[in-house]
Write a protein that binds this ligand. Structure first.
Ligand code: BGC
Ligand code: BGC
Length: 962
């Protein structure tokens, strides 16, 4: 295990990372870190001249080949980098001679990797070399590198050998059969080509290369040994004179074109020069960053680390090939062999959905094209429909190795149960589909692709669910949840709730399709043999699936029996550099309350927008307190820190969130898990984006727009990003929220004149009474009665007329009778326009809602208006003694909500109500004409088209006036 101190020598600017010392023991780690690519292929940051134990790799999406035990893997493609600089017979190489200066730099804005070296050969010749390389973004089959060479203290002959290496290996395994190689000449241009084919999958690959020597005369020699075409330029070097060698490479496979070797040559001949290629490449990157960038001010390390993660995401996928997807280590290393997991849909996809939706669509379409494999897996496992494979590649068939691969002759093989039991993936895919649809409104895709996936996987669930006769519930037994430390569990809350959610969406999409695309609906019903029984079954499964939740403790039990397992105190095992599973062994870990990665907390994160889940802040807090300390955050799974960071930010644990976030953002830059050499931690890169946007930005996706409630880490002074929501770009420019507006957690609504027009009913009842008593009264005289208690209203009406207490009591009762009689006719039709929509929006944003009404009948009015579901607490005319303008009623309501006064907004139509709110230290929003209120923070004519985001801004602007 590596000691981490020595890997901290990267230097960051806002767009570049530089390594200023060459440390051979970090060779492979840094090869991963300095990976470049273009969404179609990735090339690790290996040196052009090679190095002992180097692991160079160029991985091209979709180029898989068979291999024992793990079935298939991305085949390392012929190396295009090779460039040897030979000075009077001595090869430039870093393991010989002397390194006088060294700097390797990755420019994230344009995916340009460069390296500057001053090197003295064993014979004492000093030269400066500057290498640069990029994989063209607009022209994905084009790879370019160049090298500037300057002899410092000698004149002599320099030879530059530039090759295509047809013998790449996957950790010792050679996937390629050599077919042919040769020279090419067209006009003045000369080059060489290579043709190879994978041994089993029979994917053909053709490459062509040419070089240009700029700044001197040179001779060119082309040699074509089998599998290793080489172009050699020789020239007379003069001390102090810089020349430049440019190498252009084209690469095609039979997945894109029928005769790749020809396509590679044709493309090479017509290529523009280096500058033109680079300019086009820069323009393409500018366009990508315009939508996908995140700007952070106040913390340079966080800024660079975030951009680094975004860069790795952006080079891992493209919209041009919907038969491939992002693997767990992107195209940057051999870990997990290029297999595709839930990492893509749950961790990576949101970034694309919201910033590059065409790429998101392409990644989801990959799952559509692999439905056949998912159906074979279901059939093989004796289920119906489509069951997606835990690890997937080209066909969608199960690629998870059955057992571990042994290198120790005395070790026992370990059965890998994920392939059989980690079934949540099918629901995870549907989760991503649904959110893609919500965010983009891409009905066409849902109709043509998504719906079929959603239905056929729902059919699978029905065949997989088991009915428990005595307990009268559906169960999913013998599964692995998100937490892989527990390998054989029943009723995993994460899986069961995801399945329930999936079936809910299946029903919704079924109805939607039926209504909007009846032909496609019919077609799918026939194709999938989807019957009305299936539909009924989905409904009963939704109602009857078991989700272990204890409403007394408010804890969700990870699976049945989890709380009975032996507890653990992870602190007792510190310090350690291994996972708890490696420390305790698989069996022992299985028996303990220790998690590899979030399971219940993952569920609470994913379900944050649904109202049916026990998902209020309180429950999140309880479950966080329980599960976070039992999670193996350091060495369990790299998927954990970003998700925990989001939840910590949501729970206002800003410093903890920041620490977790940086752990995720630096996982590869600082190799903080010690396995970066296997490739980039792809899920974590996607988690980093989610942590910035959903954690620190506090973005919630409301129907009309995304809304931010920032919780920035302590050092961040500004955060900017863009999101595409339903075809519109939304730019966020967030500052640390010193503003008390960001603390608002509750709303207290007056009822009469705000949510409903019972003010009118009150008026009519008073009018009737006044008429009977022959007291002059009219609408104008009614104005001061708004929001005022019954007794005080009566006193205002009677003025200086004298009545006994008994008479007053009788009149109040009479008025109330009239009123109560009239309100029996109240229905939701009596809601004032805009109110219900606003309540719904607030609920969605997690804001608590109370009613603070002077009316003693408030409760029954709320019921009649069908508002009970939107209201957490009611303070009415029976709650306190002192009426408005005393603050008591609102303070009582805030207390019921469990909030401080400053965290509540009061919405009132009466001047006394606004006075009461201000007296109570609350925010006050007046509803009515401007001249009615003296002190309100914001005045609105009514609640029509009022949105929380806009209101927040308005309150913020007036925040200083209170
Ligand atoms: C995690 C899985 C993840 C896989 C690939 C495992 O260690 O437990 O959740 O899908 O790695 O990243
Ligand atoms: C991961 C599993 C994976 C298995 C085989 C384990 O390390 O946790 O998710 O299926 O490796 O690749």
């Amino acid at each position: 295990m590596k000691i981490l101190e020595d890997s901290r020598d990267l230097i960051y600017t806002d767009w570049t990372l530089s390594e200023v010392n060459f440390a051979p023991e970090q060779l492979r780690t840094r090869e991963t870190v300095f990976t470049i690519g273009n969404g179609h292929l990735g090339t690790r940051g290996s040196f052009e001249e090679g190095y002992p134990k180097a692991m160079p790799a160029t991985l091209v999406h979709g180029v898989y080949d068979d291999v024992p035990v793990i079935y298939t893997e991305l085949a390392n493609c012929p190396d295009w980098l090779s460039l040897l600089v030979i000075i009077d017979g001595e090869n430039f190489r870093l393991d010989r001679g002397e390194i006088l200066h060294y700097e390797r730099q990755l420019d994230l804005r344009y995916g340009l990797l460069s390296r500057s070296v001053r090197w003295r050969s064993p014979n004492g010749k000093t030269l400066d070399l500057r290498f640069e390389r990029f994989a063209s973004l607009p022209d994905r089959q084009v790879l370019v590198l160049r090298c500037h060479i300057t002899p410092i203290d000698f004149n002599g002959e320099i030879e530059v050998q530039s090759s295509l290496n047809g013998y790449p290996e996957n950790q010792g395994f050679d996937h390629w059969e050599q077919i042919d190689q040769g020279k090419m000449k067209q006009g003045n241009e000369q080059g060489a080509w290579l043709q190879v084919r994978t041994r089993h999958s029979q994917i053909e690959l053709g490459m062509a290369a040419k070089i240009a020597v700029i700044g001197t005369n040179s001779s060119l020699h082309i040699a074509t040994p089998v599998g290793y075409p080489t172009l050699t330029a020789t020239y007379k070097a003069i001390a102090g004179q810089t020349i430049c060698i440019e190498k252009f490479v084209t690469l095609f496979t039979s997945q894109e074109t029928a005769v790749p070797v020809q396509a590679a040559q044709d493309k090479l001949v017509g290529l523009p020069d280096y500058e033109a290629l680079f300019t086009a490449h820069q323009q393409a990157w500018d366009k990508v960053w315009e939508h996908s960038d995140i700007e952070i001010e106040g913390n340079l390390k966080a800024q660079l680390a975030v951009r680094y993660n975004l860069f790795q995401l952006l080079i891992s996928a493209s919209e041009h090939n919907d038969r491939v997807s992002v693997s767990a280590k992107t195209l940057s290393g051999f870990g997990y062999r290029g297999h595709i997991f839930w990492d893509t849909e749950i961790f990576i996809l949101p970034f694309f959905t919201f910033t590059q939706p065409a790429i998101a669509r392409s990644l989801l379409t990959y799952r559509y094209h692999t439905l056949a494999g998912a159906r074979r897996k279901a059939l093989h496992s004796k289920y119906q429909g489509a069951m997606f494979s835990w690890e997937s590649a080209t066909t969608g068939d199960e690629m998870t190795p059955r057992t571990s691969i042994l290198t120790d002759p005395y070790a026992e093989t370990v059965r890998i149960w994920c392939r059989d039991r980690e079934i949540h993936l099918s629901a995870d895919i549907v989760y991503a589909i649904w959110h893609y649809w919500q965010a983009t409104g891409d009905d066409h895709w849902l109709c043509e692709y998504g719906a079929e996936i959603i239905f056929d996987t729902a059919i699978f669930w029905i065949s997989r669910l088991e009915w428990h006769v005595e307990k009268e519930r559906y169960e999913l037994c013998d599964v692995i949840g998100a937490d892989e430390y527990h390998e054989k569990v029943d009723n995993n809350a994460f899986t069961n709730r995801m399945v329930q959610w999936h079936l809910e969406k299946a029903v919704a999409v079924y109805d939607w399709l039926q209504q909007n695309f009846p032909d496609r609906s019919l077609e799918l019903r026939q194709k999938l043999q989807l019957t009305s029984e299936h539909l009924q079954h989905w409904q009963t499964a939704i109602a009857k699936i078991y989700i272990p939740y204890d409403d007394k403790t408010e804890l969700i039990e990870q699976f049945e029996g989890f709380f009975q397992l032996q507890d653990i105190d992870l602190k007792e095992y510190e310090p350690r550099l291994r996972s708890i599973q490696a420390v305790l062994g698989i069996e022992e870990t299985n028996q303990r309350q220790v998690l590899k990665q979030p399971d219940v907390l993952m569920l609470l994160y994913l379900m944050r927008d649904t109202r049916s889940e026990p998902n209020c802040r309180n429950i999140l807090q309880k479950n966080w307190d329980y599960y976070a300390p039992r999670t193996d955050i350091t060495y369990g799974s790299s998927l954990t820190p970003a998700i925990h960071a989001i939840l910590a930010a949501n729970l206002d644990k800003s410093a903890e969130a920041d620490e977790l976030f940086m752990r995720a953002a630096l996982v590869d830059l600082e190799d903080n898990r010690g396995n970066t050499e296997d490739g980039i931690h792809a899920a974590s890169t996607g988690g980093v984006w989610q942590a910035v946007v959903f954690g620190f930005g506090g973005i919630q996706l409301l129907d009309n727009a995304p809304v931010a409630t920032p919780h920035l880490p302590p050092t961040w002074t500004r955060l900017k990003f863009k999101l595409n929501w339903r075809g519109t770009w939304h730019s966020f420019d967030l500052k640390p929220s010193h503003s008390p507006v960001s603390d608002i957690k509750g709303f207290i609504f007056d009822l009469d004149g705000v949510l409903t027009d019972t003010a009118e009913f009150h008026y009519l009842a008073w009018q009737k009474l006044a008429d009977e008593e022959k007291i002059p009264f009219d609408r104008k005289a009614n104005e001061p009665l708004r929001g005022v208690s019954r007794r005080k209203s009566l006193m205002l009406i009677v003025g200086d007329r004298t009545y006994s207490e008994a008479q007053l009591q009788e009149m109040m009762e009479r008025k109330n009778r009239y009123y109560v009689d009239s309100i029996t006719t109240i229905t939701p039709k009596n809601l004032l326009a805009g109110g219900l929509d606003f309540l719904k929006e607030l609920r969605q944003a997690g804001i608590k809602i109370a009613i603070g009404s002077a009316s003693k009948n408030a409760r029954s009015v709320i019921e009649k208006l069908h508002l009970s579901d939107y209201v957490d607490s009611i303070a009415d005319g029976n709650s306190v003694q002192h009426p408005k303008p005393a603050p008591d009623l609102f303070l009582f309501a805030a207390n019921l909500l469990g909030l401080k006064p400053a965290q509540c907004v009061v919405v009132e139509d009466a001047a006394v109500g606004i006075e009461a709110a201000i007296a109570g230290g609350m925010w006050a929003v007046g509803i009515g004409p401007v001249d009615r209120f003296k002190t309100a923070n914001v005045i609105l004519p009514n609640l029509i088209d009022v949105h929380w985001r806009n209101l927040q801004t308005k309150l913020d602007q007036r925040a200083l006036k209170i």
